[in-house]
Ligand binder design. Structure first.
Ligand code: ATP
Length: 497
């Protein structure tokens, strides 16, 4: 059963609307230019969103570069020479099929229109995979089956299906002619290919090796919907792994396994992920798989893993007239153009996936038969936007000052928050809702050496650490707090749901 079907039966299940509302309410993501009515398909990442997004990016970066001796990093320019995009095939072929409704002029992506219709009407699936349908087949299928989702006209009158190039174009400098044409990059990886020789030479890289890069990409998407899932401006986390021709199949399998394991490592249960094998391959591609995640809107792509042959480097060699081959000293100075395995993940889609997976409206009623819910994000502590919240039991009696002092000591090693307003219970709930894994509560035992009767206070110099997932509490010595928190992060086990 698809996740979105479950929503109807369970009012406490995760839906996209709930995620959007939480993101806005708690400062993860806002509509861009909201004061002007909003810029369609553009989103701003707020104070918590920017921390969370950076944590995901850092986790990926660490995984791909620091944990792999054979992968190095790069940060290439968004603006590349326009020939880059002719060589890569983007000027000629980077397009999506579009179709317009003749009744209301709404523009749709033809393949997605069919995909959405089939998801709702599985018995009416076309006789072949959607990505292998020709323009004429798509048009015939849409004419016969699909009412325009914008005007719902029963007439089903559409234009022919045409290709629409997704690259944003502009001009560099004051002259708007073809010589000054420049594109916003639609993917980050072309900079990796154009810099291939420089990286080999400057860093004495030996094939096989990979180059990783994170950055903004831009696509003039025909439709953007589902919040941050599909937008015109987004971030990609890409890695191109260069290998000797003939070793590409084993290298492809290696990276398929590694990328799958990354998601498990950060708390995505295996049952929420699925492989999608591409039925139709680009002419240069040898194989391609997507990792898809079970979003509340169904299984959708978060990352593509592609076996790209020597296409990219060969194309850049042809267009630039520069030699892109590699001399393999470990194989008798054999000269070849390396083959490439690409892993290409969307940072914003990862953001949405980790939020959806973490979201729970948990029944925390203490008596049988009653209902009391808390909204909690069970985020891995390495990804959570705030790691530790320091909460004085009350403002008075020196507790606020002590809590501030503790927060200050923790700041250098953890992302912290300080909250003094409302009851401690309410503050715990506020932290649960943004996924803070640990709350440190400062009370009178923390600061009083002796009890009211003059006896020694054994709890002096300790704080309460409260765990988000189990809601259990533990008394910890201030002198042990750093180590305690480091260990709790390292030994974190995702909740089973
Ligand atoms: P889709 O089929 O969803 O349009 P794609 O196959 O064109 O995606 P790729 O070109 O393989 O995507 O890009 C790699 C990754 O970049 C995708 O897996 C996705 O996570 C992300 N991505 C691509 N397009 C967008 C977009 N418009 N908005 C947000 N993320 C995107």
């Amino acid at each position: 059963m698809a996740k979105n079907e479950k929503v109807v039966a369970d009012p406490h299940a995760c839906t996209l609307d709930k995620i959007i509302s939480l993101c806005k309410r708690r400062g993860f993501v806002y509509q861009a230019s909201e004061i002007y009515g909003g810029q369609a398909g553009a989103w701003d990442y707020g104070p918590l969103g920017v921390e969370f997004k950076r944590n995901i990016q850092n986790a990926w970066w660490k995984e791909m570069t620091q944990l792999h001796d054979d992968v190095v990093g790069l940060d290439s320019a968004i603006f590349q020479h326009h020939t880059t995009w002719e060589a890569s095939g983007h000027v000629g072929h980077f397009s999506d099929p579009m179709i317009d409704c003749l009744e209301c002029q709404a523009r749709h992506r033809a393949d997605k229109l069919i995909e959405d219709f089939v998801a709702a009407n599985p018995d009416k699936a076309p006789g072949k995979p959607i990505d292998t349908m020709s323009h004429e087949e798509m048009k015939a299928y849409i004419d016969e089956n699909i009412e325009c989702p914008t005007c719902h006209s029963k007439n089903k009158k559409y234009t022919a299906v045409r290709e629409f190039n997704l690259m944003f174009k502009t001009h560099q400098g004051p002259i708007a002619d073809d010589a000054h044409l420049i594109y916003l990059r639609p993917e980050t990886c072309q900079g990796i290919f154009t810099d291939f020789k420089s990286i080999v030479q400057s860093n004495r890289m030996k094939v096989p090796f990979g180059v990783a890069q994170v950055g903004k990409s831009f696509r003039n998407e025909i439709i953007f919907k589902n919040f941050i899932f599909r937008t015109c401006e987004f971030e990609q986390m890409e890695m191109e792994y260069f290998c000797k021709p003939g070793t590409e199949d084993e290298t492809f399998e290696r990276w398929r396994k590694e990328r799958w394991a990354f998601y498990l490592k950060y708390g995505i249960p295996e049952k929420q992920l699925k492989w999608h094998h591409h039925d139709k391959l680009a002419h240069y591609a040898k194989d391609a798989y997507d990792i898809t995640y079970n979003f509340p809107i169904g299984f959708e792509e978060i990352e593509g893993i592609h076996s790209r042959t020597d296409f990219d480097l060969s194309q850049h060699q042809e267009y630039s007239k520069k030699d892109m081959s590699y001399i393999d000293q470990e194989d008798g100075n054999k000269k070849y153009i390396p083959y490439v395995i690409e892993t290409s993940a969307g940072l914003n889609r990862n953001f949405l996936m980790f939020l959806c997976e973490a979201y729970e409206e948990e029944n925390v009623a203490t008596e049988e038969g009653t209902e009391d819910y808390r909204t909690v994000l069970h985020l891995d502590p390495r990804l959570a936007p705030v790691t530790v919240a320091v909460l004085p039991l009350m403002k008075k009696g020196g507790l606020a000052e002590k809590a501030k002092e503790i927060q200050h000591l923790l700041k250098e090693d953890f992302v912290t928050d300080y909250d003094v307003s409302g009851t401690v219970g309410k503050r715990y709930r506020r932290q649960d809702e943004i996924g803070t894994p640990f709350c440190v509560t400062v009370d009178f035992d923390t600061i009083q050496e002796t009890k009211d009767d003059g006896s020694k206070n054994d709890l002096f110099g300790t704080v309460t650490v409260r765990f988000r997932d189990s809601m259990e509490q533990e008394r910890v010595k201030l002198s042990d707090l750093h180590t305690f928190l480091f260990n709790a992060i390292k030994n974190y086990k995702p909740v089973e749901r």
